[in-house]
Ligand binder design. Sequence first.
Ligand code: NAP
Length: 323
Amino acid sequence: MKKKILAYQWLEQPVYDRLMEDYDVRLFENPEHDTDFLEFLREAEGVIGFGFPGNAAMLDKAPNLKIISNVSVGYNNLNLAELTKRGVMGTNTPGVLDDTVADMAMGLMLATARRIPELDGYVKQGLWKGLLTNDWYGMDVHHKTLGIIGMGRIGNAIAKRARFGFDMDILYHTRTKKPEAEERFNASYRSLENLLKESDYVCLVTPLTEETRGMIGSEQFRLMKPSAIFLNISRGGTVVEEDLIDALQQNEIAAAGLDVFAQEPVDPSNPLLQMKNVVTLPHIGSSTYETEVAMAQLAADNLTAVLEGKKPGNLLNLDVLGR
Ligand code: NAP
């Protein structure tokens, strides 16, 4: 009998088809509403997908599970200690999405600074009747200072574009200094406080961890320049969203570009959606067809390795091996 694989929420078709050759794969697009989800989970040896809640309560319902293979680089959905306790491996898909996410970050920066969605609406609504007055002007991106919080794989890809494409000065903040990034992009390390004070653009791209949860709140927004543009492409939980709303309403910062939210999908009544100076995206950073397929394939490789008794390439809870 083929081993059971639960595909959680979504899996790109070519990768799904390839897995089907060797496994009994079942996609649950709406797991909360599928009545046989728990039944299948009980027998599944592998889970592959986006955002599977890898917590104690869910793991209790999956006694045969050997791997949760995330189709994402972020893994804040996984309680790694609980996985290890049960001998379940957790994996992610680092590296293959860096350029795609960085392209999106630059797009969001330009869209927010140059007010592209707002101006698009202006043209399409037939409001363009003459020369635009200066209340429609945007803010330059080139030659400004970009502060990157989280100079990892994606942070580096953003710094490369900003430095060499837009002549930006790069500041960064991380827990440990990154001499290679300093060398490559002429980037300068700053404390979080100084990065916020000095940057024209602040781009948040850390993982969501207990340490980074709510790391940008009212105190941090107050430190930013009133002309600053804030970009969040990490996870919604790294920002205190009510404080971001307050900061925008009080003009403590000029604008925000957001790919991620505290609640996803975002509540239609969220005040951020009413603000002209906020550009929103539906958590789409890595979502080009090529990159989504590459991520799904990497996730499938991780999953297959584990089910064949091998160590997967992107194991997150290494301590599971010593059990
Ligand atoms: P990464 O290579 O692990 O880089 C993470 C960076 O964050 C590192 O430079 C790390 O440096 C820094 N960091 C970690 N904890 C920190 C803290 N407490 N304070 C300051 N800096 C901290 O990860 P990545 O591949 O670049 O991905 C980063 C995150 O982007 C993911 O975890 C995910 O949440 C998000 N993401 C979002 C999308 C999207 O669609 N919007 C797509 C992909 C990824 P130190 O360890 O030295 O602190």
